[in-house]
Design a protein around this ligand. Sequence first.
Ligand code: HMG
Length: 389
Amino acid sequence: MKIGIDQISFHTSHYFVDMAELAHARNEDPNKYLIGIGQKKMAVIPPTQDSVTLAANAAAKILTPENRQQIDTVIFASESGIDQSKSGAVYLQSLLDLPRQVRAFEVKQACYSATAALQLARGYIALHPDKKVLITASDIARYGIGNAGEPTQGGGAVAMIISKDPRILALEEDSTVLTENIMDFWRPNYATEAKVDGHYSGHMYVDFFNEVFDAYREQSGMTLANFAALAFHLPYTKMGLKALRSILPQATEADQQRLSANFEDSRQYNQIVGNLYTGSLYLSLLSLLENTTTLKAGDRLGLFSYGSGAVSEFFSGILQANFKQALFPEQHQKMFAARKQVDVPTYEKIFQQQLPIDGSTVELDLSHDPAPYVLAGIKAHQRQYRKQY
Ligand code: HMG
């Protein structure tokens, strides 16, 4: 039985900052951010959006009266959770008006958690082929103002529906995994920004990629010639390029050209959004699928997932007949085109508008947020979510 991604969508906030402007403000050469980091625009997330509303806004784009009746599992993958106990998935169930007969829960392992959710969903559908699983991968990447990690911030959510006979990508069964307890990036409970050993994290990303990819080649007997394209977790797009370049010498000239050209399609959306942690690999997959003019049904895609701490996985999938018809690039392009550029002082002000952590009541101004699902404030220690339309 084929099992995999039947639908996929993306949502981000309506604000962005231009990376060349940010570079000027930080006394850096713009090419460091544009080429060295590989980012053009960075999503700026206002306080009226959190990991739950971003996920709801993404998921609403792929829910239909039919699939609502078949979804019996909702998995919220995030490292920007809004509560230590209650899962974001339970809020999603009510905000999205899903049936009460669902199991709803949250998973976490840095940027790896959406892949964990995908593999769980695949196993679940194998046992329950008549069901569907809704996965949301939702995060806000925060390092702080003026530090080295700043140009690799961003945020947003990818939503996916996993089912049998998927319209987009059927997952293959061989995958290779690796876990090692390292301190490259983490966020203690008391911190709103990540702690990171930046250069070390980049080295570990490439090392983990090489190890899981080598193991995959050995296990499957495949080489780069078997892959039409590779999609990477993209914390910033140069990171994926470094991983790709580390294995390109294994490929023929023609394979190198194909994989490099497809990498360009796979980073278009990430270049104008930034890091959304666990959703980044799936935003890159969406970017590849919506921007490609060469990929076709039957092509094999390789996917590399990396979550600091660290857990990584290399796995693959086969593009399905008419996969383009299950996508809606116009809606995503429209969302990108409608975003408003903010200057650096405005981005800094928004960045600092953190919700109170002392239990006080707050009412947020919703008048500027055009998204259907928003956070209206906090009252009696409870987040107040609204559906605006
Ligand atoms: P930095 O130290 O300011 O930058 O921070 P740099 O000096 O290393 O320069 C960056 C690149 O720009 C270099 O290229 C420079 O040569 C180049 P590279 O050697 O890397 O190929 N450069 C220029 N290029 C063109 N024109 C110029 C120019 N000047 C310089 N004029 C760093 C960079 C990524 C370390 C920092 O932004 C950071 O710490 N970011 C956060 C950590 C991160 O994203 N790590 C990625 C791997 S870990 C991961 O993916 C997991 C994660 O998503 C979290 C999770 O799992 O939840 C982060």
